[in-house]
Ligand binder design. Sequence first.
Ligand code: HEM
Length: 126
Amino acid sequence: MIGSLMMCVSALVLLIGMVAGIVMGIRQDFLLSPAHAHLNLVGGVLLFLFGVYYRLIPAAGRSLLAKVQGAMHIVGGIMFPVGIGITLLANHAYMAIPIIGSLIMLAAMALFVVIVLRTERSGAAA
Ligand code: HEM
């Protein structure tokens, strides 16, 4: 189920994000801190929360829309922070990567709004 996949990916992302935070602290180099923050929050916490929603309400999680939403958030939620990191390291080059990543995530967020409204209206969440 897409919810399980999302929670597994999120757990791995958070592990990597925390290691990156420790490395930043050890090196006292905080250039990549915006990438770290977005990886943990968008690629980790948000992805986990969406996954929990699909697990709590299986009717929502089984829909094709949820699978598309989950896949898009996984791609965008990783591409966006990785893109921020690449852009920072490359002196603001490769801006297209975080921009495309953010747009994928925005589209995924819009899908999630549709999914939540549909689920609430259908009474499947009760
Ligand atoms: C082992 C765990 C973690 C370590 C060692 C760590 C370490 C760090 C460090 C060194 C910074 C930079 C601080 C600075 O710029 O002065 C930072 C910033 C930040 N971290 Fe973490 N972090 C960890 C986990 C997390 C998690 C789980 C989240 C979110 C869910 C998070 C969100 C943030 C945010 C929002 C910032 C501020 C970014 C900014 O101001 O640009 N961190 N962290």
